[in-house]
Write a protein that binds this ligand. Structure first.
Ligand code: PMP
Length: 362
């Protein structure tokens, strides 16, 4: 609508307008309950219906097999960097990390406190612009898992298919491409994602874990990080982030109404193509450093041939209601995050602005 901006933030990020309006209409009195979702007991029948529907819809969306548990947790994806090794490893266990950006690196560093992780490949020296061929990877033969970050939010590097662990399970941080396309969940032991990019507000983290991996947490594991506790209590061991879960539920309903993740992926591919084409066809005025085959459909980093114009670019775009285009402080340049909820019109407006900006500054 007229009074909304196109928000290209990396997360918290734009949410679907119809979801926001639905939440608004239900805010004061949720479906005749006489109260807002924020005021409900998490053990009451109203909220139970909300969390159960959210889980069921997510299972439908991602076609999650019944051997997998779905957990709605707190502490962000960052907490999972520790929770995963604590739950499935002993302190001496070796594991492999394939590091394709800053988030994978953070996950590795945190894991060092709880197990014996090894970086089997890092893109750091190439500024995280590619993903290696899987055949050449030197995986440790005794690694209990292989960890990847499916989409590096800062560097815009996205796995298009997945390596097979030599031994053990595949673990993926899907925070920034969760529910943006279909995924074969059965290839993974654990998938985890903060909600605040594609599926809701910040405050809830979703963990999808094969049930046989649950129940072996290290003794020092805090109760709040123990998957067994959360699985046995259907994510209601303590007070969950009720409103966030409700919002995710509305987003899942919306994604199903759009025709599910096959349709959602098509829209995401279309938006990303328009933007990458504009960058590639700018005769070097705009540049995207990421190798084409692994460019993210979600986060599009780009720089200007004349870096001195970058501040103007961001400022002028904001005047035209396109906000949060500044790149991450660690890499500079620009970044357009174009998650599920970014309308096609937002990307079209951005591309039109880029062309106009180039015409004025070339
Ligand atoms: N992993 C990825 C890929 C991310 O993009 C982020 C957040 N930007 C995180 C982990 C950390 O998530 P949180 O802030 O929810 O802890």
């Amino acid at each position: 609508s007229q009074d909304r901006v196109f928000n290209f933030a990396a997360g918290p990020a734009t949410l679907p307008e119809n979801v926001l309006l639905k939440a608004q209409s239900e805010l004061y009195n949720w479906r005749g309950s006489g109260m807002s979702v924020m005021e409900m007991s998490h053990r009451g029948k109203e909220f139970l219906s909300i969390i159960q529907k959210a889980e069921a819809d997510l299972r439908t969306l991602l076609n999650i097999p019944s051997e997998y548990a779905v957990l709605f947790l707190q502490g962000g994806a960052t907490t999972q960097f520790a929770a995963i090794p604590l739950n499935v490893l002993k302190p001496e266990d070796p594991v492999d990390y394939l590091v394709t950006g800053s988030w994978g690196d953070k996950a590795f560093k945190e894991a060092q406190k709880f197990c014996k992780p090894k970086v089997i490949w890092s893109g750091k020296s190439e500024k995280y612009t590619r993903i290696p061929a899987f055949e050449g990877l030197e995986q440790s033969s005794d690694a209990k898992y292989l960890h990847i970050c499916a989409n590096e939010t800062i560097h815009g590097v996205e796995f298009k298919d997945y390596p097979t662990p030599k031994n053990g399970i595949l673990v993926a941080d899907m925070s920034s491409n969760f529910c943006s396309k279909p995924v074969d969940v059965s290839k993974f032991g654990i998938i985890y994602a903060g909600a605040q990019k594609n599926v809701g507000p910040s405050g809830v983290t979703i963990v999808i874990i094969r049930k046989d991996l649950i129940g072996n947490a290290q003794e020092i594991t805090p109760i709040m990080l123990d998957y067994k506790i959360h699985a046995e209590n259907n994510s209601l061991y303590n007070t969950p982030p009720c409103y966030c879960i409700y919002m995710c539920g509305l987003v899942f309903e919306d994604l199903l109404e759009q025709g599910g993740l096959v349709e959602v992926e098509k829209k995401n591919e279309k938006k990303a193509k328009i933007l990458y084409d504009a960058i590639d066809e700018s005769n070097g005025f705009f540049r995207c450093p990421v190798e084409k085959s692994v460019r993210s459909l979600m986060n599009v980093p780009f720089t200007l041939e004349k870096p001195e114009l970058e501040a103007d670019f961001v400022k002028e775009a904001a005047k035209e209601k396109m906000i949060q285009l500044k790149g991450h402080r660690s890499v500079g340049g620009m970044r357009a995050s174009i998650y599920n909820a970014m309308p096609l019109a937002g990307v079209e407006n951005l591309v039109a602005f880029m062309k106009d900006f180039q015409a004025r500054h070339a």
